[in-house]
Write a protein that binds this ligand. Structure first.
Ligand SMILES: NC(=O)c1ccc[n+]([C@@H]2O[C@H](COP(=O)([O-])OP(=O)(O)OC[C@H]3O[C@@H](n4cnc5c(N)ncnc54)[C@H](O)[C@@H]3O)[C@@H](O)[C@H]2O)c1
Length: 338
């Protein structure tokens, strides 16, 4: 019989791609999502790509009664906890909403897991927990000093998970610190579908290329980087999805608490991404330089030694493939999942 995994936030960008990977590796999945930043149509597309049905529930993780009912109906071997609010800007404007959602949802989920003796979890954390003070490349032991509300909400959940394992060693937890996920499934059926003006570089470039936005603003071109623009570690979302599967498998073979960076292990500048995207799409991406944004860092990328050694994981897809796949999704679905 197949093992069953609960994917929270499974209708979102990373959740949908991770569901494909789990289904391809013969897991059964159950998705719970409140669709606050996604649409049910994304799940129909996942079913189409995988050629398999699965159960999904529209529910908010903070609704303890609804979550209890879901756990009572299924026997999960583990949980991939991807649900969360991810907008850095919105979190700065409304910190209470970010903390309330990201912390309360995690606590409610963990309590329910505990009641049902489901003690294996993979948690979606973020490289934003490192903040400015860490030396590049970021290692898992680098000091944590997030300089955003969002980053602090992730660090708080990480702390909670550490304390949980400290108090009860039967918990098995993998904390995955994603760097900058981009790209889309090669079918062009699923991808990142931002609500309003995108906050991340790749979906912004996509919307400029498809004519929904006039130009890209590049914040800062006087950083100490090869071309002066900011350097980030972009990682293909399907590579990331595979990292989740490997983390889940690792937890069943070797329990405990594991914190792992998931990045490509190298940086690309904004201008490199623009050029690669133009080559991939055949479209011009007009851009203008704008002043640096407060809090932005010139350059960061991951040290992926631990992911390689412990998970036997390494990002396989390069920048051109990330751009080709992003463009396929955007050009085939200019308005997302409508
Ligand atoms: N995409 C990135 O750049 C990035 C980088 C680092 C970490 N992360 C983290 O990875 C996770 C997934 O990110 P994503 O890009 O797929 O985001 P997303 O917004 O596309 O997906 C998150 C999903 O969670 C759902 N959700 C939010 N709060 C919920 C709640 N209380 N109950 C039930 N469902 C809820 C949303 O509706 C959405 O479908 C998030 O936790 C995010 O913070 C994302």
């Amino acid at each position: 019989m197949r093992q069953q995994v609960l994917v929270t936030g499974g209708a979102g960008y990373i959740g949908t791609h991770t569901c494909i990977e789990l289904l391809a590796n013969d897991y059964d999945i159950v998705v719970v999502d409140n669709f606050s930043n996604s649409k049910p149509a994304a799940l129909s597309r996942v079913q189409k790509i995988a050629g398999r049905d699965f159960v999904w529930y529209e529910a908010d993780l903070r609704d303890r009664i609804a979550i209890e009912r879901i756990f009572a109906k299924h026997k999960f071997c583990g949980v991939l906890h991807c649900a969360g609010l991810k907008s850095i800007d919105r979190a700065e404007r409304d910190p209470l909403r970010c903390y309330e959602n990201n912390l309360e949802a995690s606590i409610s989920l963990i309590e329910t897991m505990q009641r049902h003796d489901v003690k294996r979890m993979v948690f979606s954390s973020s490289a934003t927990v490192y903040g400015e003070s860490a030396r590049v490349p970021y290692r898992e032991e680098s000091p944590l000093a997030p300089n955003t509300v969002y980053g602090r909400s992730k660090m708080m959940v990480e702390t909670l998970l550490h304390d949980l394992v400290h108090a009860d060693e039967s918990w098995n937890i993998a904390i995955l610190r994603y760097f900058n996920p981009v790209g889309a499934h090669s079918s062009g059926l699923i991808g990142e579908d931002p609500d309003g003006v995108p906050g991340n570089l790749m979906p912004y470039i996509c919307q400029v290329a498809v004519g929904k936005l006039n130009h890209l603003s590049i914040f800062g071109h006087d950083y100490p980087t090869p071309d002066g623009t900011g350097v980030r570690d972009y990682v293909h979302v399907m590579d990331l999805a595979q990292g989740h599967f490997k983390a889940l498998r690792q937890l069943s073979e070797s329990p405990g608490l594991l914190t792992v960076n998931l990045g490509a292990g190298r940086g690309y500048s904004v201008l490199e991404v623009v050029r690669a995207f133009e080559a991939a799409s055949g479209r011009k991406v007009p851009y203008r330089f704008a002043p640096r944004r407060p809090g932005d860092i010139g350059s960061y990328y991951a040290d992926v030694t631990r992911a390689t050694e412990v998970l036997n994981w390494r990002a396989q897809r390069g920048l051109l493939e990330m751009c080709v796949d992003s463009w396929r999704w955007q050009s085939q679905n200019p308005d997302g999942y409508v």
